[in-house]
Design a protein around this ligand. Structure first.
Ligand code: HEC
Ligand code: HEC
Length: 354
């Protein structure tokens, strides 16, 4: 028995060495990074919640926000909710290049994930909303998304259901007239502020050196030597600054100029928010227009256009292995679809006109 164990130990050591070789670690003899390595100062584990002093998270707001998030009656056709494009059981995305909204219309940008998004310094690919509360108002009135014709119509829908009126009262007890567009956004925002997906990467940063496999550690080394963390940093590996897409080599497609469309400043042409890389293995297709299907292609493109480096297939594979370790756990209980208030005779009917 002892012999067998020794043999197993030996062969698994050989396997580990073998996989280090294939990820390109062994040739340059880079030792694996430890959780306290100075190179990892750029990163941090996820917080317990993404708090905002402007919109404190309360149980009542979260419960209301969860209902609103899942309720298709917030759309003109009563067929689209936030969850249609940001599926909470699917890492917060629809896996479409661009999303399908009211009357089957497609927008021109890819849906980013709502998981871990509330912690970003700004919302949307071009950062045009400051926080998730401001962001939540965009899609409800957007004619190619949920297409609600007006604030009044939205409030009319919600006030037609006594259970909603009660839920708004509970969530905003100091307000005389709590069923408002602003409070819809606050409740959804409070719900989003706890949409977090901690992963093995967080365990590793927390001090558990064995939380990442040798292949993933090899990929982490490659990620750092390619200087990806100069933009993809912090707890979200992104979400903390704008950068030019095509900073060292012009990006071929300039039909969407990013932040320039918001600011009109010449210097903002092709500037986009550096997206988070949390759950990136699950949230393809990639980039603001969803133009790139696979993660290895996206990693190669980044190396070429953002750092001016041609990565070998082994290096790309290694980085992808590291990125896989950023896939976290979906908080299944927190995102369970709630029971929604029942419509009444006063609730407006779906409207599928333009
Ligand atoms: C029809 C599809 C669709 C619907 C419905 C939709 N979204 Fe989005 N969402 C998008 C797209 C596309 C973007 C990116 C748009 C852009 O950057 O210009 C986006 C961006 C976001 C972002 C920004 C994330 C980031 O990393 O910047 C958040 C948060 C978000 N949506 C939450 C919501 C909420 C909450 C609702 C419901 C009130 C909702 N969305 C409804 C498609 C949709
Ligand atoms: C100079 C800043 C910068 C550097 C360096 C950089 N990135 Fe990016 N990254 C960006 C920006 C900006 C975007 C968003 C591009 C867009 O608008 O589609 C992005 C997007 C991505 C995406 C697609 C995300 C999504 O949700 O679609 C991946 C994957 C990615 N980067 C990985 C990497 C890797 C791996 C490296 C290192 C080889 C790297 N990046 C280096 C700025 C950078």
């Amino acid at each position: 028995m002892k012999r067998v164990c020794e043999f197993l130990l030996l062969s698994s050591a050989v396997l580990v060495c073998g996989s280090l070789m294939t990820v390109g670690c062994a040739p340059d003899k880079t030792p694996p990074l430890a959780p306290d390595s100075p190179q990892l100062k750029a990163f941090a584990p996820l917080p317990g919640a993404m708090e905002s002093p402007k919109n404190p998270i309360t149980e009542e707001k979260v419960a209301l926000g969860r209902m609103l998030y899942y309720d298709t009656r917030l759309s003109k056709g009563q067929d689209i909710s936030c969850n249609t494009c940001h599926r909470l059981d699917n890492y917060g995305v629809d896996n479409e290049p661009t999303s399908i909204g009211h009357r089957g219309q497609r927008g021109d940008r890819n849906s980013p994930t709502v998981y871990n998004a509330a912690g970003h310094f700004a919302q949307f690919w071009d950062g045009r909303a400051a926080d998730v509360e401001e962001q939540a108002k965009g899609p409800i009135m957007n004619p190619v998304e949920m297409a609600m014709p007006s604030e009044e119509q939205l409030v009319r829908v919600l006030k037609s259901m006594p259970d909603y009126v009660a839920a708004f009262k509970a969530a905003f007890p100091d307000d005389k007239d709590p069923v408002t567009y602003d409070n819809v956004a606050r409740a959804i925002g409070a719900f989003e502020r706890k949409l977090l997906t901690p992963s093995r990467w967080d365990k590793f940063l927390g001090g558990d050196a064995s939380a990442l496999t040798p292949a993933e550690l090899g990929g982490l080394n490659e990620f750092i030597s390619a200087n990806c963390q100069s933009c993809h940093m912090g707890p979200y590996l992104g979400g903390s600054l704008f950068q030019k897409l095509g900073v060292v080599k012009p990006w071929p497609d300039t039909s969407d100029l990013g932040r320039y469309n918001v600011s009109g400043n010449e210097a903002d042409k092709m500037m986009f928010k550096v997206p988070s890389l949390r759950n990136i293995a699950k949230t393809g297709p990639y980039f603001h227009d969803g133009s790139v299907k696979t993660l290895p292609e996206a990693v190669s493109a980044m190396a070429e256009y953002e750092v001016g480096k041609q990565l070998t297939p082994d290096q790309v594979q290694a980085i992808v292995a590291f990125l896989d370790a950023l896939t976290g756990e979906i908080p299944a209980d927190y995102v369970k679809p709630p029971e929604l208030p029942t419509s009444t005779r006063r609730t407006p009917k779906p409207d599928l006109s333009d």
